[in-house]
Structures are given as structure tokens and as C-alpha cells.
Design a protein around this ligand. Structure first.
Ligand SMILES: [Zn+2]
Length: 218
């Protein structure tokens, strides 16, 4: 019944999210519309959870879109894109970067679940990127994060050294997002093959934690 209601709402043009129903060519538009609803305080996905929980629990998951983003508490992908249970296959760590485990997770999503779109989502005011840019020593295992993020932002430190810290950070977030898009492919023959065959697209975007808006990169 809940699915019927969602289909009805989608047919009326007021919603375009939905469990396993995001088409490859329409993925960006669907995400953009969801983010628009979220940023305008018109989110609707989370009112329908119970019916979808029952269906996905019984029938399994078939998410179409995977997201690599930061562990930052301000970047919950399902909220930002007004998506519900069963819609997004999400990996998060501080900074939002590829690791063997993240890469394997996305391979699983593409090979076994039918994921056709991977979105790398950076965000403004990222603490992990800020710490990496600063280059000052960090305690404990946190250095694993800054070491992993450094290659993606090293050029920014060189090329934009005259900019303010805030502008440098914005450049670094975008550079890191683009870098991670390439890393996901570089580190996976399986993802490369799917990409070459037109079965996988990789997108990048930056989320503004102050406005709630997502800006897709070219
Ligand atoms: Zn962050």
C-alpha cells in the first residue's frame, strides 16, 4: 500500500525518489530534486519508511545509487537527498575517501546489487580536510586519515597558497572529491569494466553544510 502511494505521488510529479526505481540517466536529476526538497524543508521520503522497511526486508535491497561521503554528522546522505530505506548504498569515513574496504563495498554494490551510479559527495567546512591542509601533527590513528587525504589536496596547497584559509579549504574539498572519483576507478578493475561498458557512472558533488544545497561538479 505504501508503495502504491509512492507510485501515485511520483506519478503526480511531486516525488521522484523510490526504492530501486532510480534510472541511470535520471539519477542526477532525481538526486537534485531530492536535495531541493530537503533544502526547502519539503522532504517527504521519511514519512514512508514503514512500508518500505517491510518490503525491502522481505524482498531484499536493490539500490541504484551508491554514495561515498564524510562521516561528518552534517552529511547524512539519505536526508540530504530526501531518500528512504533501500535507496542509497552509502560508505562514510572522515574525509570520504577510497580504501580497499570502501572499494570492495562499491564493487559489491555494482556487481551484486545493481548499483549504476556512484556519487562522491564532499562537503564544505570538512574537519578532516581542514586538518590535512593545516599539516600539523594529529594524535593517534587520526594520522591515517590525513595521510590518505593528502594526495588529493597536495596541489591545492601549492597552487592556492595565497588564498585565505577558507578559500583554500573550498578548493581542497572540490579537488579531493574529483580525486576520489578517479581513485575509485583506478583501484578497481571491476568498476573500470562496468564504467567502460556504460553500466556505471561516477559523479562528484559538494554539499554546503550552511545552506543544505548540493552542487554537482562538471
Ligand atoms: Zn568532513
Amino acid at each position: 500500500m505504501q508503495r502504491l502511494l509512492i507510485h501515485l505521488i511520483a506519478a503526480l510529479g511531486t516525488a521522484s525518489f523510490g526504492w530501486s526505481e532510480i534510472k541511470m540517466e535520471g539519477a542526477k536529476g532525481t538526486l537534485e530534486k531530492g536535495n531541493q526538497r530537503f533544502a526547502e524543508g519539503k522532504a517527504i521520503a521519511h514519512g514512508w519508511q514503514q512500508g518500505i522497511v517491510n518490503k525491502t526486508g522481505a524482498l531484499g535491497q536493490t539500490p541504484s545509487v551508491a554514495v561515498l561521503t564524510c562521516a561528518d554528522s552534517r552529511t547524512p546522505a539519505e536526508l540530504i537527498f530526501d531518500m528512504g530505506v533501500g535507496d542509497l548504498f552509502v560508505c562514510r569515513n572522515a574525509g570520504g575517501f577510497d580504501t580497499p574496504e570502501v572499494n570492495a563495498t562499491f564493487e559489491y554494490g555494482v556487481a551484486a546489487l545493481g548499483v549504476h551510479t556512484i556519487l562522491v559527495l564532499g562537503h564544505t567546512k570538512c574537519g578532516a580536510v581542514t586538518a590535512t591542509l593545516a599539516g600539523t601533527p594529529v594524535p593517534g590513528n587520526i594520522s591515517l586519515l590525513t595521510k590518505a587525504l593528502e594526495p588529493g589536496i597536495a596541489k591545492v596547497r601549492q597552487e592556492h597558497k595565497d588564498l585565505s584559509k577558507e578559500d583554500q579549504l573550498n578548493h581542497a574539498v572540490e579537488a579531493l572529491t574529483r580525486y576520489q572519483m578517479l581513485e575509485l576507478l583506478k583501484n578497481s578493475a571491476l568498476l573500470q569494466k562496468a564504467h567502460a561498458e556504460g553500466k556505471l557512472q561516477i559523479m562528484g558533488a559538494v554539499y554546503d553544510v550552511e545552506t543544505g544545497r548540493v552542487r554537482f561538479l562538471d
